[in-house]
Design a protein around this ligand. Structure first.
Ligand code: TXA
Ligand code: MG
Length: 342
């Protein structure tokens, strides 16, 4: 009962019209972006937004990102002092459209359900042509969290969305595989004394080195209560299969009664992981040279493959902690949190 409509890059008017029709009618639709697929709803329609929480089984304390079609529209959803506006302009010029989300004071048009009652709202402008066309045509912001059930692996293809939410939502727009592969970088923007302060709430494709050109990058302290710091849940992006994350191959002590799948960064090229054990399945993120952006694009896809392969446990190696490697390691750590704490 979930329809999948292909948005042909050569002409996707029909897919856009179908999505806008549903969104206008207060329905939810899964939509492609350059990072991961989102489950979209008209952000100004509380009942529609409630359906997003319901389909994802997402707790109401975890707020949603809204997507806008044009930079200027940020002033309609965010309350910006002239000083803050100037910083926001710089950030938008540098990173929009793209995998970058800003948390800013909200205007009252944004319903409380979107922001879980917070006075701030997370805003992003996607680069994906289909998402942009849908946002523009709808003429309203689209609230869209990743299109997975809560806590699970984010979908980077229409097929993955179907596995997560099939039967629960009326329509999936298939815009092909996501080409960034990891969710957007999220920063809370504040003025600061000398330079703007960019509080990094989630590492992502826009890396620290790029953000530092515009402001001081601050890593928030670990929250005491999750309700006070949404988005920083320790366990997230988790496969159903237990996942063990290792820094060094020597740390792996196999249980001979179990079958293991390996999530390898560079394949056989460098590290000892592949020869370490007689793995049932191996997924390589960037065989040979080890390119972090390629690994980022493949990460969620490879994790899904391993999860579906039927092995008893997944072993993952961490990657270099530089550039987008920071975001990859962040996702791997959260994917392994449940297993670690079990
Ligand atoms: O790349 C992305 O950002 C994707 C695509 C679909 O745009 N979306 C996405 O949404 O990853 P979601 O809901 O899976 O993650 C959004 C994160 C959540 O962890 C949420 O807690 C945090 O953003 N967030 C949203 N509003 C916030 C706010 N006002 N303050 C702090 N964190 C917020
Ligand atoms: Mg998510």
């Amino acid at each position: 009962e979930t329809e999948i409509l292909y948005a042909d890059p050569e002409g996707f008017e029909d897919a856009v019209a179908a999505a806008v029709g549903k969104l206008d009618a207060g329905e939810v639709v899964a939509l492609p972006t350059e990072t991961v697929y989102g489950l979209g709803a008209n952000a100004l329609d509380e009942d529609a937004v409630a359906k997003v929480f319901e389909a994802k089984e997402r707790p109401s304390f975890d707020p949603l990102i809204i997507h806008i079609a044009q930079r200027e529209l940020i002033r309609e959803v965010c309350e910006l002092s002239p000083e803050l506006d100037a910083v926001v302009q710089q950030l938008m010029q540098a990173f929009w459209p793209g995998p970058f989300t800003m948390v800013l004071p909200k205007k009252s048009v944004i319903p409380d359900i979107v922001t879980s009652g917070q006075e701030t709202v997370a805003v992003r402008m996607s680069e994906h042509p289909v998402m942009r066309a849908i946002c523009k045509e709808l003429g309203k912001p689209i609230a869209a969290p990743s299109a997975n059930r809560f806590g699970r692996i984010s979908p980077t293809s229409a097929g993955a969305v179907e596995k997560e939410l099939g039967g629960r939502i009326p329509l999936i727009i298939d815009g092909g595989a996501c080409n960034a592969g990891l969710e957007s970088t999220i920063v809370r923007v504040e003025l600061g004394e000398k330079r703007p302060e960019l509080h990094l709430l989630r590492a992502g494709p826009i890396v620290k080195e790029e953000l530092q050109k515009i402001g001081k990058v601050i890593r928030p302290k670990k929250p005491k209560k999750i309700e006070e710091a949404p988005g920083q849940l320790e366990s997230h992006y988790a496969p159903s299969t237990p996942l063990y994350l290792f820094e060094k191959p020597e740390d792996f002590e196999p249980d001979p009664s179990l079958s293991y799948g390996l999530l390898s960064y560079r394949g056989a090229a460098k590290d000892g992981y592949i020869d370490l054990y007689d793995w049932d399945v191996v997924e390589e993120l960037s065989p040979g040279k080890g390119k972090l952006p390629e690994a980022a694009v493949r990460l969620f896809f490879a994790l899904r493959q391993l999860d579906e392969s039927g092995v008893d446990a997944i072993v993952a190696e961490s990657v270099a902690e530089t550039g987008i490697g920071v975001a990859i390691n962040d996702r791997l750590r959260r994917a392994s949190a449940k297993t670690r704490n079990a």
